[in-house]
Structures are given as C-alpha cells and as structure tokens.
Design a protein around this ligand. Sequence first.
Ligand SMILES: Cc1ncc(C[n+]2csc(CCOP(=O)(O)OP(=O)(O)O)c2C)c(N)n1
Ligand SMILES: [Mg+2]
Length: 578
Amino acid sequence: MKLDNGIAFRPETGAEAWIGLLAARGIDYLFANGGTDFAPLAEAFAKGSAQHWKMPQPVIVPHENLGVAMAHGFTMLTGRAQAMMVHVGVGTANAINGLINAARMQIPILFTAGRTPLTESGAVFGARNNYIHWAQEHFDQAAMLREFVKWDYELRHPEQVGAALDRALAIATSEPQGPVYLTLPREILAAAIAGAPAGERPLLVSATPPAVDPDSLEKVAKLLAAAQRPLLITANAGRTAQASAALAALAKQFAIPVIHYRPRYFALSSEHPMHAGWEPHALLKDADLVLVVDCDVPWLISQANPKPEARVVHIGPDPLFARYPMRSFRTDVALTGLVAPTLARLLERALAHAPGEATLAARRGEVTKRNEAARRQARSGIGSLPPALTAKYASACLNTLQDADTILVNEYPLVLEEMVVCEPCRYFASAPAGGLGWGLGAALGAKLAAPQKTVICAVGDGAYMFGNPTPAHFVSESMKLPVLFVVFNNARWAAVHRSTLGMYPKGAAAQAEVPPFAVLEPSPRFEHVIEASGGYGVQVSEPGELKPALERALRVVREEKRQALVNVRLEASYTKTS
Ligand SMILES: Cc1ncc(C[n+]2csc(CCOP(=O)(O)OP(=O)(O)O)c2C)c(N)n1
Ligand SMILES: [Mg+2]
C-alpha cells in the first residue's frame, strides 16, 4: 500500500499497520496517555517518523479524562472522529467520565487501550516482564465501560488490524454516533504481520443515516399545519449548521416559538424572532403541538406537562433515546431521522397543508413581539455595575468579547440570557450526563480543530478543578493552543447546595452557616496555576475591573498566542441559572 503522501508503506508489525491505517482512515490525532503497553506503538512511531510515513499526530495528554474531552471538542467542531489510546484498565477507568459524556452527546471516538501482556513465559515477544503485568489483568476489561460504548472488541491477531479498525470506525460514525472501544494486547501489536493488512480503501463504511418514514412525516405535517399553538423544544439540534438552518426555516415559516432547554448547541440565533428563551414549562401548558427535536429531556415531568389533547412528536436519529434506561416523556409520534433532512421535509410537506399565510403571519407577529419583550426584560447587559460580581454580570461582560469567529465552550456557568450568539456552531455546552471536567479539554480540542478561531472557555471553580487544570495548561502550552479560560469562582459547588435547598427549603441545611458538602474555601489562586505553564493569569473581585481584565486576557491570547485565565471572584449565590 502507498500512503497518500506517496510513500510506500510496508508495515512489519501489528503496531506499524495500526498507525499507518489510522492515518489512511483520516485520523489526524492520537490522544495518548501511555504505559508499558505502548512499547510496540512507540517503536512503530519512531520508525514511521524516520521513514516519513503519514501518521496521526500524537497528543500527549497527562490525564485521560482531559484527553477524551479534547477528542470530544475536536469532533464537535469538525464532525470527524479521532483516536485515543490509554494504558490498559487503569487508563480506561480514568477516561470513563469523559466517555459517558461523549456517549450521551453521540460523539464518535475511536477509544483504545492496551492490554497487559497475555503470556508469562517470555517465549512470545512482548510477554510479561514487569510485576504490574499480573495485577493489571482484567477478566473482561471492556466490562467497566460497555454500557457507554456502541461496540467493543479485543484485537486477537495482527492480521485483524485493518478489519477491526474499519469496523470500529464504521460503527462509531453510524447514527446515532458514539464512542467504540478496542483493546490492543502488547504481543499482538508487536507480532509480525504477513502481507499487507488492509488496503487504501476501508473494508467497510458507515451505514446511511436513518431516513424518515414518509407516512409518519405526513401525519406530523398535518398536525403542524393544523396547530394553533405549536412549540418546539430542542437541546441538540444545533449540532450541525444544516440542522440549524432547517430548524430556523421551519420555525419562521410556521411561527413556532423555539425553546432551547439546557442546550448543548444553539440551533437558532439568540436574536431570532422565534427564539423563545430557555424554559419550556410556561409555554408547554398552552401548546397544542410539541415538537421535541433532538432533545433527551424536553421538560421536567414533575414541573409541567403538555395538556392531554396536545400532540407530542419527538424527532431525531434516536427519538426514544433507547440507551437511557428510563425516559417516558409523552410521545404520540417518534420520527426517526437526522434533524436537517427531516425538518426540511417536514417544512415542505406542512406547507402543502398550511393554513393561509395571513393566519401564520398574525401568529408570527405575536410570537416575535412576545419573544423580543422577554429578551429585553431578561437582559441586563453591562450598562450598570452591580454592587458585587454576579454570574449574570460576568456573562454580560464575557458576551462583549465575542465576534463571529469566537467559539464559546460553556461548562455551565454562563447566564444564557446575556449571550448574543448569531452564528451556528459557535456555542458548545456540556453533556446532559453532567460528568464534570469536560470544559477545559473540550476547549483545547476545539482550538486544535479550529486554530484560527478564538476559543473562550467558561467554567465554574468546581468544573475547573474537575477539568485537570495542570494537565490542561500543560497541553495548551505544549500543543500551542492558546485559550481564554474564565473561571466563575463562587468558592463553592453552588449546584450541590441548590439541590439541598430544593428538597429541604426550610431544613437544617438551609439554616446552616456553612452549607454542608458545598464550600470550597479557601479558594485556590487559580491564576497561579496557569502561570506554571507560561500562561497569563489574573484575579478579579471588583465589578468595575472585570471587563478590562477580560479584554486584557483576550489580547494575550490573540496577540501573544498565550493561554490566559481570569479568576472571577463571584458573590455566593444559589440562584438557578439558565
Ligand atoms: C464528576 C462529577 N462529580 C460531581 C458532580 C456533581 N456536581 C454537579 S454540579 C457540581 C458543582 C460544580 O461546581 P462549579 O463548577 O463551581 O459550579 P457552581 O455549582 O458553583 O455554579 C457538582 C459537584 C458532577 N456533575 N460530576
Ligand atoms: Mg462554583
């Protein structure tokens, strides 16, 4: 086989074939956290470098959870799956939090791990030669993460390298997408292969995405045309620019208010006339048709539900979220299909049954007016300085830093009412699984995918510490990935105490001077952590100093190409944000 840089590629071992084929299959990066299982790969990389093979670029990530978040961040921007390799079972264990997030976000990742050498005697090359090789063996290494990968397998023979890789990638990238897990035993990686392992073309490709059933679509089109108070709720529909455009066209034509509920992407511009904010429960009670578009949790059943005569339609590649053990939101129609083509066809078919344009125009005017008024009321902006730093004011300040080339990565502190984001694929938030420690890595992965963009990462002080800050700042420096990190630091896990207050509003914990299990004092001087990796850090506690501090930090990122961190000392507050 010839690599596409024209160089002949004649791998001699399983490991050599593996890395050559990764590159041949379009994998740019191998996020890596190594151990004794990596020896054949390390040897293959060194040989490949000397012989100018085309290979994925290794990215050394000193914590596995950070590496998975980086792979996630890269793929959420590009749509292209990347690979990761970790050290046997222990490395796998460290990565599971990130893999749960990726699984629930349907992000494909080729996640691999070594296996402790299988053989003991030393007769086979690569056999056990270190005391850890006994204790590190698992009966079933994949068991610990099988629930959160679409497929797992162990390479049993070097001849399988091509087939296993192609099958892994085909499954990961078929809808609904998700991570897969392949284990690579050391003796198999080190073993000689006879002949070429696989060709330039993959043996198999991903399955076509699910196409919507025309009869069910027609039924929904009629429901939409007849609806007087339709409502659309989404969390993930902004995953692609095409899906955003299709949703915007449908919402505008049929005058459908769109709620982004706990959004992981923005499907509509925040200024779109149909953008109806962030809370579904008020509108839900009046709606006669609810379109739930790629949204695992469209409302909280304990808070509000559609009225009995309303119809509820779920739309997405997996509208029942079959991998969730329990999820029983009312469903009259579950339309399986990718968001972009399904909504485009729904618009086309619904137009055939639509009420007169005058009716729609009247509703459009009404919904637009209501949404604009709500937006105005919810926004405070930076006009007046608050007496103490609030998350809302900090969000408003951060909002002023953006331009059309800014990527926002939000591990949840941003108050969305303050954000103006008009372009698709510019806002990314953490997975509904809520595995904290995603933001720093996702932001670095985004920067790796889009080096020309400005990446701003907003995290709480808790999320920052979960995010493995020392490894994250190390990767930023080593890979030249300058990101602006803004830490919304209230010196606590406010969400933890908010939950206690929610269950026991008048209980003992509500009266306690120090909320149990929630306070992180003394708060670390996070601005010093980034300095250890050549970054610029500053702490701000005066409201008037925040905007200039953010602007200065952004200049460091843009002009000096250095990472920067603003440690924003917020007042303690347990108010729920969007
Ligand atoms: C891995 C993990 N551990 C624990 C939690 C539970 N948890 C949810 S929110 C939260 C607090 C996060 O703190 P911070 O980022 O400072 O945000 P704040 O709540 O203060 O706004 C915690 C601990 C989680 N989601 N993920
Ligand atoms: Mg906090």
